[in-house]
Design a protein around this ligand. Structure first.
Ligand SMILES: Cc1cc2nc3c(=O)[nH]c(=O)nc-3n(C[C@H](O)[C@H](O)[C@H](O)COP(=O)(O)O)c2cc1C
Length: 174
């Protein structure tokens, strides 16, 4: 069985090389709007998506992320011009699942409209630093929020490598 959604799920890949050109406001809004439609436990909609597009903040976030990696020379955003940082409220027991699903939904939406995207890790550690906490305050986020992940977005540069085959024992029939 197949349909457009199932095909889109299989076609999504992580992109690790981006054109400099910024994505359009319409594309950004399609992706973030999709994120708001992810299911959340009890329908609480507790996650927050913070859209970052200005070069200065992008560079700061990337530097913070590289510091967590332990390699200040790394470029963990791969030149992507947009980052959507997903936070979720640790006061909600399912915050991690809720935030992860928002992020996963955005990745899929991005792919479905032809954008490159990738989940970038280390959001939790990045926003536990004094610099990170200051950014959260600036963005109006309570200190009960935790960084779940970063969805980088942009136009794909070059070819994305073919995916690995799915594991044979991925699905277990009970
Ligand atoms: C929780 C999580 C964290 C990830 N962190 C990173 C990351 O920091 N950097 C990166 O390049 N890719 C990251 N990825 C992307 C995975 O490496 C990628 O999804 C995996 O290799 C499968 O490739 P695909 O997305 O093209 O199917 C992350 C994915 C997930 C789900």
């Amino acid at each position: 069985m197949t349909n457009e959604v199932l095909k889109a799920i299989e076609a999504r890949r992580s992109c690790r090389s981006y054109e400099e050109k910024q994505i359009s406001a319409e594309e950004l809004s399609a992706v973030t709007n999709a994120g708001t439609w992810a299911p959340t436990a009890k329908g609480l909609q507790s996650p927050k998506m913070v859209v970052v597009q200005d070069a200065e903040t992008m560079a700061k976030l990337e530097r913070m992320n590289a510091a967590v990696l332990g390699n200040p020379d790394a470029h963990p955003f791969y030149g992507a011009p947009t980052a959507v940082v997903v936070f979720a409220d640790t006061q909600v027991p399912t915050y991690m699942q809720d935030g992860s699903l928002v992020l996963g939904t955005m990745l899929l939406a991005a792919s479905s409209i032809g954008l490159g995207s990738c989940w970038i890790n280390r959001a939790k550690e990045s926003f536990q630093t004094e610099e990170g906490k200051a950014l959260m305050r600036k963005w109006g986020l309570a200190d009960t929020y935790e960084g779940i992940g970063i969805c980088i977005l942009g136009y794909v540069k070059g070819e994305i490598p073919a995916p690995k085959a799915r594991k044979e024992d991925y699905i277990v029939m009970a």
